[in-house]
Design a protein around this ligand. Sequence first.
Ligand SMILES: [Zn+2]
Length: 102
Amino acid sequence: MKRLYTAADLTEAYLMRDMLADAGIRSRILNEHAQGGTGEIPFTQAYPELWIEREQDLERARKLVTEFEARTNSDVYVDCPRCGEENPDNFETCWHCGLPLD
Ligand SMILES: [Zn+2]
């Protein structure tokens, strides 16, 4: 197993695991249960880590992570022409009214 990524939280870790699974890459989350408890969490190594099961997937997985980060860190928004709500520019349909966006 190779460590791919340290996620900020479990939600991000799950998202990324699903994204990798879609690409046919098997991964595991370590420290999955390190968060959510109270008081007894060590300050280090508590972040969920994503590990790739097969080393040959690592390079492809890293590329996906880079793309994932580019998407999630995007602060470019488009206004929906129908309802006016802001959407991240990678959204294909408006989160609010479902109108397809360009
Ligand atoms: Zn809309």
